[in-house]
Structure formats: C-alpha cells, structure tokens
Design a protein. Structure first.
Length: 273
C-alpha cells in the first residue's frame, strides 16, 4: 500500500512538471448513488429477485483521463426465502434470512474513452470498476414473530463438537466488480449508471453453507433449543435432506445511478488524452 501511495505522488509530481496545473480539488469529485441491492446464494438463484433500496456516498480522484481512484460507502438490504421457490423440494427446506449490508470499498475505474468533466472531445464513456471492500453482514430470520440473529447460534454446528469451525465472521472481504457509463453534466458535475457484483470469501451470507443438516440432538445439548430448531426447519421434518451447496460462494449486487460534483475549479490544463 505504501508503494502504491508513493507511485501516486510520483505521478502527481510529474504532471506538475509538465505544466498540468490541475489541483487536487479540481480532480476530485464527491457525490452519492441510489439504486438497489439483492443477493444470489443458496436461498435465491434469480437475479433482481427481492431487490431492496440501496444507496451510498462516492468519492473519485481522477488520476488520468482514463484512470480514476474511487472510494465508496454503501448501505443495502438483502433477503431470501424458500417460501418463494418454485420447486417443492426447496419449499420443503423452509429456510429464510435477511441482512443489512454496510460496505466500504476502494479501487479503480478504467474508462473506455478519455473522459473529464466538462472537458475534452468525449462527453460520456463506458467504464469498468475493480475494488476491494469490507462488508459487515448480520443474517437474521423470523422466529415466532421475533427477529433472531443466526450467526451466534451455530446452526450448522459451528462451535460445537460437530465441527472444528468456529462461528463465521460478520466482517467479510468482498471483491466488487462492475460496469457503468458516465456523462458530463456541464463543467462541474457528472452522472453515472452502474451495475456491480460483490464476490465474497464466505458461503454464510445467508447462514447456509453445509450440504447436510447438523445433528439436532447435539445442537440442542450444546447450543440450545433455538439453534436446534432453526438448523432444520424442513416441513417434513427429515434430517437427511439437503441444506446448502458448499461448492459455491454467496454474492450480492449493488446497482443504480450516481451524481458527483467537482470539489474545485477546473484546472488550467487538462490531462493528455
């Protein structure tokens, strides 16, 4: 990270030497995005299903006409339920969850065309987004009218004699990748539309990861009655059904529209294109 910061300082110094008199503020943008969020995993395989309102704040620093450093803080909400499934075998599993998402991400945008707000030949461009992020999750479910947090229960035997694994972390790393388009709105603002997916390093965004149900008798003895009951909510009461798919990881999506504003006046010289 220190080497990367040093490289950015060298780039900035070189730009000044060659007469590109843009200030830090003139190349910086601050704004917001509003859109939706949904998830794909064991309890939902359909894109855009159970989409909920999402939004966040966005900062950009334009290093070059085709390269932008970006940081964003985003909030979203996701959910999934077997009750919405079309297949009877999935409905019989009868699991459900919901979770708030708080994400902090940072990375780069690569634009297809040379683009700067209010300057240059091109007033719009497509772009690619690549980031690394930290996201806070907290899967819960409805149980007898109450919202119950699932992670402390160890519904798949975490933290018991059934498993060598402890409870999964509620803070997870994510790899956001996205595509979008940007348009210049005069000399000081830009509008963008974006769709992005977040790949996770966990299969427990929905609290479902193991292929088989854990032994409810052991869960009852070691984690309590609520953990035992929520580990297997199948309608037919079978303990030999399939719970999840450990071969795939969960992921979620943020998409929407953003509006950003330049923090300073345009520089006297633009970047080479």
């Amino acid at each position: 990270m220190k080497r990367f910061v040093a490289a950015l300082l060298v780039i900035g110094g070189t730009a000044s030497v060659f007469g590109q008199r843009s200030t830090w503020a003139s190349e910086s943008e601050l704004g917001f995005m509003v859109g939706g969020s949904y998830y794909i995993g064991d309890l939902n395989q359909q894109h855009l299903k159970n989409t909920h309102l999402a939004g966040g704040i966005l900062f950009r620093y334009n290093i070059h006409s085709r390269l932008t450093w970006r940081t964003n803080v985003t909030y979203g909400f996701i959910e999934g339920s077997d009750a919405d499934a079309k297949r009877d075998i999935i409905k019989n599993r009868n699991l459900s969850f919901q979770s708030k998402l708080f994400e902090v991400g940072s990375g780069v945008e690569f634009t297809y065309l040379p683009f700067r707000i209010g300057q240059g030949t091109y007033k719009g461009t497509a772009y690619l987004l690549a980031e690394i992020a930290v996201v806070k999750i907290n899967p819960t479910t409805d149980y007898n009218g109450d919202e119950v947090e699932l992670q402390p229960l160890g519904t798949e035997g975490q933290g018991t004699s059934l498993s060598s694994k402890g409870n999964y972390s509620l803070a997870q790393l994510a790899l956001p990748l996205g595509v979008g388009v940007r348009f210049s709105l005069g000399k000081n603002a830009s509008l963008n539309f974006e769709y992005g997916i977040r790949f996770l390093f966990t299969d427990y965004l929905d609290d479902v990861g193991s292929y088989r149900y854990a032994d409810q008798n052991v869960l009852l003895a070691e984690n309590g009655p609520i953990a035992a009951e929520l580990s297997n909510r199948s309608l037919d009461g079978s303990r030999f059904g399939r719970r999840g798919n450990p071969a795939t990881r969960d992921w979620y999506s943020f998409f929407g529209a953003g509006l950003t504003f330049r923090l300073g006046r345009p520089g006297t010289c633009s970047f080479k294109q």
